[in-house]
Design a protein. Sequence first.
Length: 66
Amino acid sequence: MPPVWKPKDPELLQSWIKAIDDEAWKDLNEVERGFINNVRIRLRAGWDLTKAQEDWLERIYAEKTK
């Protein structure tokens, strides 16, 4: 049986968003900015992200920040 996916800690996700805001916001395209804003709203509302959303956020964080 494959491992069960568990959402990442919201504080970790918030730290990724803060780093993106601080270091890379100007380098994001319109779609990435819209996605980051949507994720920010979801996390503030206390909702978990889907695995795909977490994966995309992590990819943006890894590619765009130091």
